[in-house]
Design a protein around this ligand. Structure first.
Ligand SMILES: [Zn+2]
Length: 89
């Protein structure tokens, strides 16, 4: 039967172990980047530049307002054309 002092030491040791484990996993999570702390790619606001992605096959036009990765999507099997066009008015 452990004395009161011994059981107090055991409880303290367990609490310390739990605390170290919690801090350790939190640090690992922030380092691995799986948390919401992840650095996003830079997003450029191009709404005022009036950039459009135009499909010459069917005439679909997409107004680009925010530009992340520079990657032109496809439409009707063809790459969309990047067109700068002043806004009407
Ligand atoms: Zn199209």
């Amino acid at each position: 039967m452990p004395t009161l002092q011994q059981s107090f030491l055991i409880v303290t040791a367990l609490l310390l172990a739990l605390l170290i484990w919690r801090v350790g996993t939190a640090m690992l999570r922030s380092v691995s980047g799986s948390g919401f702390d992840r650095t996003k790619p830079e997003v450029e606001d191009v709404e005022e530049l009036d950039v459009f992605l135009v499909c010459h096959e069917c005439g679909t036009e997409l107004h680009v307002t925010r530009l992340g990765e520079l990657q032109v999507p496809r439409h009707c099997g063809e790459s969309l054309q990047v067109v700068r066009r002043p806004a009407v008015g």
